[in-house]
Design a protein around this ligand. Structure first.
Ligand code: V47
Ligand code: SF4
Length: 376
């Protein structure tokens, strides 16, 4: 939709003046503030938010909706922390696992040669240090040199780097030299200190999470950012989280994608909290797209949100559906997400994106289009 068309709709639409003013700012490419974000959550109707977010999404990425051929490895669920929302760590899950290096390498070897990215994240194991994780990267890269390895959340990194006695910059440089390509967005949860203390008080602080990502960006290691929403936090706390990310991105430009993660309430210490509605999920995607004007991509992680909603999210500011995943991730299946065995073929991914009226683009880890995009 062209700017003039959007402006005409905004002018004609029967919307209150304060929302019209926010829409005008967005159409003009101006930044909106935290309070305006809260207003969008509280009084922006879903259709209105979808229209604005789709407009901004199109301005940034055209009709493109990205996916990647990837797979996940979760090395262990044995954790030094005890986050209340977690269904995955050995504290709550019925199973307890730690893969050996050989088992991890077996998973790498057995992947389709067309897969381009490996995502590694897991619990914070008390006995494993930075040399273990560095050696693991070296072995993976020796096995599959072309594979991009996006590995270790800031919380895992914080633990292994502190244990080694290195500074953050030294630890990250060492891991980069072993083959670390980028850092996933996990562990951000919610930055607001009061809520963070309540739901994951043992975890690395918000300041540490942000410092690790900022240092990584300065070392040329890109990363993603997440936010766990739909539990105890209020709208202002969500906006505070987005604002801290936007400020960091202004300084470094190192974030690729923002991924809102909906809280799932099965099998954890927060099971009494009901999950938020689909309307709330779509509002979250849209407000993220409208506020994070310096983030190139908003990702719907389909194993967390479900296939149907992932498709709908493409009309609420989302331009990335993550990937084919393969069946090894358990974080969401254990927390009650609909997909117990998350895997999608390229054909399914392409069909899903086309069904939403968007252009499927197979990307690499840096959002470059792969030349051999598969048409089905
Ligand atoms: O930090 C854990 C979340 C995250 C629950 O960077 C839960 O491309 C909802 O960060 N309900 C880890 N969420 C996963 C993650 C991620 C996933 C996909 C792609 C990328 C990326 C990153 O999972 C944790 C936490 O926020 N999580 N338990 C739960 N019960
Ligand atoms: Fe451990 Fe991560 Fe679960 Fe927290 S969310 S208990 S850090 S595995």
């Amino acid at each position: 939709m062209a700017e003039e068309e959007l402006l005409a709709i905004i002018k004609a639409a029967n919307i209150p003046d304060h929302l019209r003013e926010i829409a005008r700012k967005i159409s003009d490419g101006q930044r909106i503030g935290r309070e305006e974000g809260v207003t969008l959550f509280t009084s922006g109707e879903l259709g209105f938010l979808g229209m604005l977010a789709s407009h901004v999404c199109h301005r940034k990425n055209g009709d493109n909706a990205y996916f990647i051929r990837n797979f996940h490895i979760e090395p262990t669920n044995i954790c030094v922390n005890k986050c209340s929302f977690c269904s995955y760590s050995h504290h709550f899950s019925a199973t307890k696992w730690e893969l050996t290096v050989d088992e991890i390498l077996e998973k790498v070897k057995s992947q389709d040669p067309e897969v381009t990215e490996l995502h590694i994240t897991g619990a914070v194991h008390p006995d494993r240090d930075i040399r273990y994780y560095g050696d693991l990267l070296l072995k993976i890269v020796a096995e599959r040199p072309a594979l991009h390895v996006k590995a270790y959340s800031a919380v895992e990194l914080d633990y292994m780097i502190k244990k080694s006695g290195m500074s953050i910059a030294e630890g990250l440089s060492y891991l980069k030299s072993c083959g670390l390509g980028s850092i996933p967005g996990g562990g951000a949860e919610i930055f607001d200190e009061t809520i963070r203390k309540e739901i994951c008080g043992m975890k690395s602080s918000a300041a540490t999470w942000l410092e690790i990502h900022e240092t990584a960006h300065k070392l040329g290691i890109p990363s993603n950012a997440t936010m766990l929403y739909g539990h105890l936090e209020n709208y202002l706390q969500r906006m505070d989280h987005l604002d801290r990310l936007r400020q960091l991105q202004d300084r470094t430009g190192g974030f690729n994608a923002f991924i809102p993660l909906k809280f799932h309430n099965n099998n954890n210490a927060m099971s009494d909290i009901p999950e938020v509605s689909v309307v709330e999920d779509m509002k979250m995607y849209a407000v993220a797209r409208l506020f994070l004007d310096n983030f190139p991509h908003i990702k719907a992680y389909w194993p967390a949100v479900g296939r149907k909603l992932a498709r709908i999210s493409l009309s609420f500011g989302v331009d990335d559906l993550d990937g084919t995943i393969n069946d090894s991730t358990q974080i969401y299946s254990l927390a009650g997400a609909e997909d117990q065995n998350p895997v999608m073929t390229v054909s399914q991914m392409v069909a899903m994106i086309k069904g939403a009226g968007r252009m499927p683009v197979e990307r690499d880890s840096f959002y470059n289009k792969r030349v051999d995009i598969v048409e089905v």
